[in-house]
Design a binder for this molecule. Structure first.
Ligand SMILES: NC(=O)C1=CN([C@@H]2O[C@H](COP(=O)(O)OP(=O)(O)OC[C@H]3O[C@@H](n4cnc5c(N)ncnc54)[C@H](OP(=O)(O)O)[C@@H]3O)[C@@H](O)[C@H]2O)[C@@H](O)CC1
Ligand SMILES: Nc1ncnc2c1ncn2[C@@H]1O[C@H](COP(=O)(O)OP(=O)(O)O)[C@@H](O)[C@H]1O
Ligand SMILES: [K+]
Length: 530
């Protein structure tokens, strides 16, 4: 299986794209910073540059042409506090009313110098909370990527106090109190309205449990040299954000002028039961939207007519069913066996009665997506030994509950989803897509893609079924083109979310039922292509 293709970072026009993909840990940022300083960049000069860019962004967000603003600046003991003090000074010169608050008796040297200079300019600097007047917004420079120990006592209560103010808070680099890598709350954390992440995206900002603290995240690019990033990350970063550009690059567009339906991929969906008929319809509609050349859908016989009425273009295969209406046996049309398909997606709505069918597709040599009951059955069969028998590519698409059933020995799924999904892919050899607010995808070589934009409108029954169909359809098309599986999986996750975002914009977050979502898939791509 091909690994992530290297990003060519030697052309300046690629910088923006590269920077928007790369995700780093605190340790990597420290190493990159160390190289920049060792090469001769003065620490104070870099702080000035970064804080200048932060100031410009704050001026855009809270323009004096609209209002007179009183700003509270929260200053920590390290260089995050130093950044905040430079911002305080600049906002003071620009005409903002600035108050500085820092409860720390000991500041790093550069930070202490900026504190002293701010005081000399007549900016009010306070050490106790009560002295700080009511402000229109706050700038959080308490802690950046240097925070490693849980916050306690006075500083923890101060953070809780500021959160209660319900004023906009702009966090510099990362909301203070979040762990830079896991996004975990270390005691307590600032609930930011905006997070201005410095230089390169920090991993913790893309972890699900950090999202309620992060607010709207933006990157402040301060021209970190490529050579320094490359020296630390190599030219194929291990953790990447899925971008519009990378996602669109894996879509099977444009179609060649001369082609036919089987060249555009043949997908077999195996889904549904009498109890869960809707899941089969949604999965099939997701597959339809992928543009797949030929769609076959195996369902229990009693679902055949309803599937035909929703998808007249698909070949609906009615299978013998159990007493309770699950598929009893895969009964493919004459002259067809599993090798007739470019990809198989199996699971939504099957019920656990369909174990023999799941076993059969796992034993096949076809690219396989397992979801929902396909995953529950796999967990019962024994995830790792069962998948070790597979010769072809496998994609698992669990939500957190399914993930824990599949990988009970990976304890990290709730604390560090990125590490968890990476371990799961390494143990199974499969591409694993862990669903969530920030869906993460890993391959067995340890490369991870994170979907950085989505909407809670998707937290709704059936939206995962749509993803399974969409992904299956893309994989079937990709199989004829030799595109890397993990790139297709990332594209499917991105596309699904973009459709959710578009639908939520037009219909509110309450208006994105799974059927509606399928109707937005096409327009989401069309808009993004423009
Ligand atoms: N790299 C870059 O690209 C650039 C980086 N820049 C900025 O530097 C920031 C990183 O700065 P940093 O390394 O000084 O760490 P930071 O997060 O400010 O705090 C560490 C301090 O907190 C203290 N401390 C820790 N835990 C604590 C606790 N529980 N309770 C109380 N104290 C605690 C800890 O003390 P110690 O552990 O030594 O006792 C230490 O003094 C970065 O986020 C960005 O804003 C820009 O200026 C330029 C470009
Ligand atoms: N809070 C959220 N923000 C963004 N996307 C979400 C959120 N919650 C769920 N999703 C997405 O919605 C889909 C839900 O899938 P799943 O849990 O399998 O639902 P179902 O089985 O009902 O179809 C996944 O693609 C997931 O990433
Ligand atoms: K901060």
């Amino acid at each position: 299986m091909e690994n992530a293709s290297p990003i060519n970072i030697n052309h300046s026009q690629n910088r923006q794209e590269y920077i928007s993909q790369v995700v780093i840990t605190a340790g990597q940022m420290r190493d990159i910073e160390g190289r920049i300083f060792a090469a001769g960049m003065p620490v104070a000069a870099l702080m000035e540059k970064v804080a200048g860019l932060i100031t410009l962004r704050i001026q855009e967000l809270f323009s004096l042409s609209r209002n007179i603003y009183r700003v509270g600046i929260l200053v920590g003991p390290g260089h995050n506090g130093g950044d905040a003090l430079v911002v305080a000074r600049e906002l003071h010169f620009r005409g903002y009313e600035v108050w500085i608050y820092s409860p720390f008796s000991k500041l790093k040297e550069l930070t202490a110098q900026h504190w002293q200079y701010a005081q000399s300019l007549g900016i009010s600097c306070y050490e106790t909370l009560e002295q700080l007047p009511n402000c229109d917004f706050l700038i959080d420079g308490l802690f950046g990527f240097g925070l490693e120990r849980p916050l306690t006592d006075a500083i923890a209560s101060a953070i809780n106090h500021f959160n209660e103010w319900q004023k906009p808070i702009i966090s510099i680099d990362i909301p203070s109190g979040l762990h830079t890598d896991t996004g975990e709350v270390l005691g307590t954390a600032i609930c930011a309205t905006y997070t201005l992440c410095l230089g390169l995206w920090k991993l913790g900002l893309l972890q699900d449990h950090a999202l309620e603290y992060v607010g709207k995240a933006e990157l402040i690019d301060f021209d970190i040299p490529f050579a320094d990033v490359e020296a630390i990350l190599g030219n194929t970063p291990k953790i990447k954000r899925i971008t519009r550009k990378t996602a669109l690059a894996s879509l099977p567009l444009p179609r060649p002028a001369v082609t036919h339906k089987y060249k555009a991929g043949h997908l077999l969906l195996i889904c549904g039961s009498r109890r869960y008929a809707g899941g089969a319809i949604l999965t099939a509609l997701g597959a339809r939207a992928s543009g797949v050349g030929m769609l076959s859908v195996a369902v229990p016989e009693s679902l055949k007519s309803i599937l035909v009425s929703h998808l007249p273009e698909a070949l609906i295969i009615g299978c013998p069913e159990t007493e309770s209406g699950a598929i009893l046996q895969l009964q493919l049309p004459e002259n067809t066996d599993l090798s007739s398909f470019n990809a198989i997606a199996c699971g939504p709505g099957l019920t656990r009665e369909a174990t023999p069918i799941v076993r059969e597709v796992i034993e096949s040599d076809r690219t396989l997506v397992l979801d929902a009951d396909g995953l529950n059955i796999l967990a019962q069969l024994g995830t790792i030994p069962t998948l070790q028998q597979r010769q072809a590519a496998t994609v698992l698409t669990p939500h957190t509950g399914e993930f824990q059933r599949l990988f009970p020995d990976i304890s990290d799924a709730k604390h560090d989803r990125i590490q968890a999904v990476r371990e799961a892919a390494a143990q199974t050899g499969a591409v694993v897509l862990l669903k969530g607010a920030r869906t993460a995808i890993a391959n067995s070589q340890g490369v991870v893609w994170i979907n950085p934009e989505s909407t809670p409108a998707l937290a709704r029954g059936g939206s995962g079924d749509v993803l399974t169909g969409l992904l299956g359809g893309l994989l079937a098309q990709a199989a004829t083109k030799q595109l890397p599986i993990e790139n297709i999986v990332a594209t499917a996750a991105w596309w699904h979310s973009q459709a959710g975002i578009l639908a939520a914009q037009e219909r509110t977050e309450l208006g994105v039922d799974a059927l509606t979502l399928t109707q937005y898939l096409m327009s989401a791509v069309r808009i993004q292509q423009c």
